[in-house]
Design a protein. Structure first.
Length: 94
């Protein structure tokens, strides 16, 4: 049986994390805001099912790598992206 992945988009701030999810069927919705604390994330991860079926992505920032280590220790595959590279033009394209 094929696993159903859920994709989390996280908007990370010093005190809070806003969480949105993209379901395997294409539905996208907000899941709300939680405290940016390890225990809050640990409780929140239990709700959607096995962490092996979650993928998380968020923008790099001052608190981003602490969250990365928390998520990966809980079994969630996680990507941290650098915003300044999203819009960089390729060399030679003007």
């Amino acid at each position: 049986m094929r696993e159903k992945l859920r994709f989390w988009g996280l908007d990370v701030y010093a005190e809070t994390i806003a969480v949105a999810v993209a379901e395997a069927d294409g539905e996208v919705r907000s899941l709300g805001t939680i405290a940016n604390r390890e225990e809050s994330m640990r409780k929140f991860i239990r709700k959607p099912g096995p962490p092996e079926h979650l993928r998380a992505c968020y923008e790099a920032g001052p608190t981003s790598f602490v969250l990365y280590w928390q998520l990966t220790q809980l079994g969630v595959k996680c990507d941290v992206v650098a915003r300044r590279r999203w819009f960089r033009k390729s060399p030679g394209t003007g």
